[in-house]
Write a protein that binds this ligand. Structure first.
Ligand code: ATP
Ligand code: MG
Length: 367
């Protein structure tokens, strides 16, 4: 997977900029607030149909302008394609692939990205919602049917929660609830199965990278945590989740929320058997995140046959020299397309990378 050209018109602080991207790694250097992250945001948007920093598309349109364009020419399995996004200040954005309008559910999976930014360093320490989002974004890109199931599940869950509140307040009858459950359970089971499957694959890949980065000292393992399941699951998921919903119905009605399901599960990290979320040192957590990101790249390669585009936003300054070199030598060795931003050139030993761009006040110049 390779982006050849990126065109930004009235996108964030870019007026009209076309960037020809070489394959392999490109380093975007510039002072703060010049537009480095905006470039990565554009590529991330093209992959997932949303920004990683805002849910309001309007913010992407250059101030004082009514419309914006984001356009990418890219190669996937050697076939050239074009994706275009048109943003409007007062209506919904439109997406086109090779000139024809497409919908969001047909977009996801067209371009694959792995983003690594300083916020990811909180992935292990932070709240479970961040780790669920990580899994959801990852699996959706590799398997668009997951994205669809997730959207349907989220909608059904909101409807079920509204109904629970209405039953509690005497506005609806309890007998309506099973009508939602017959729809929710199969979706939930699909999501959980795919998450468990993906976590197994990531576990294998990440334990290998962690061993290497830690010089053989640390064994990292990843486990999917099914909220409400104690220990080993002997029942099939379908019956288990049905029973869980039935068991928790009284309390669900009182609280007006569904207390069990994929929206409450978590991803656990262990190093040498110790839970990294609660007990990992900062260094161990950073190594864990780096191992996870490298595992993500390998995961996409296995699932789709190609490396995704790696977006590294400002992480050089966050990693120590050893981890930084592990990451950079991996990128060089695997020859994947990577867009790397930094404020300081010193992180890139001379001769290590060829393609440098200077970003200044919304203009990008190749050096
Ligand atoms: P840092 O090194 O601090 O991360 P950066 O180079 O990554 O900086 P970006 O986040 O890419 O910076 O760009 C920020 C710049 O873009 C800011 O100057 C901001 O004011 C400007 N900007 C953001 N949104 C818009 C918009 N809709 N219209 C015009 N300018 C915008
Ligand atoms: Mg930035």
């Amino acid at each position: 997977m390779n982006i050849k050209r990126l065109e930004l018109k009235n996108f964030r602080n870019y007026k009209d900029e076309t960037i020809e991207l070489p394959s392999g790694a490109s380093v975007f250097l510039g002072q703060n607030a010049q537009g480095k992250t905006n470039i990565l945001e554009a590529v991330y948007y093209a992959a997932l149909g949303r920004s990683h920093r805002t849910s309001a598309d309007m913010e992407l349109v250059r101030w004082d302008e009514g419309e914006a364009l984001l356009s990418l020419d890219f190669f996937r399995m050697s076939a050239e394609n074009k994706l275009e996004f048109r943003f409007f200040r007062d209506s919904r954005r439109k997406i086109f692939r090779n000139g024809a309008p497409i919908r969001m559910k047909d977009l996801v999976g067209t371009i694959n990205v792995v983003l690594f930014s300083p916020e990811d360093l909180f992935l292990i320490k932070g709240a479970p919602a961040g780790r669920r989002r990580f899994l959801d974004m990852e699996i959706s890109q590799a398997d668009p049917s997951y994205f669809y199931d997730l959207a349907v599940y989220t909608r059904l869950l909101t409807q079920r929660n509204t109904l629970l509140k209405r039953v509690r307040d005497g506005e609806a009858d309890e007998s309506e609830i099973p009508l939602w459950d017959v729809q929710i359970v199969p979706r939930a089971v699909n999501l959980i199965k795919k998450r468990i499957d993906t976590v197994k694959k990531l576990d294998e890949l990440a334990s290998g990278t962690q061993r290497e980065i830690s010089g053989g000292r640390e064994k990292l393992s990843l486990r999917y945590e099914l909220h409400g399941a104690d220990g080993d699951m002997t029942k099939d998921l379908f019956s288990w989740y049905n029973e869980k919903l039935a068991e928790s119905l009284r309390l669900d009605i009182v609280r007006g929320v569904t207390r069990f399901g994929p929206h409450r599960d978590d991803l656990a990290f262990f190093v040498n058997g110790t839970d990294l979320r609660a007990f990992g040192s900062q260094g161990q957590q950073r190594t864990g995140v780096l191992s996870l990101k490298l595992a993500e790249l390998a995961f996409f390669k296995e699932e789709t046959g190609e490396y995704p585009i790696l977006l590294l936003d400002d992480v050089m300054s966050e990693l120590d020299r050893d981890r930084r070199e592990k990451l950079l030598s991996f990128i060089r060795g695997e020859k994947m397309q990577a867009l790397i931003t930094a404020t300081d050139e010193a992180y890139f030993p001379s001769g290590s990378f060829e393609n440098f761009f200077c970003v200044s006040h919304g203009t990008v110049t190749a050096r």
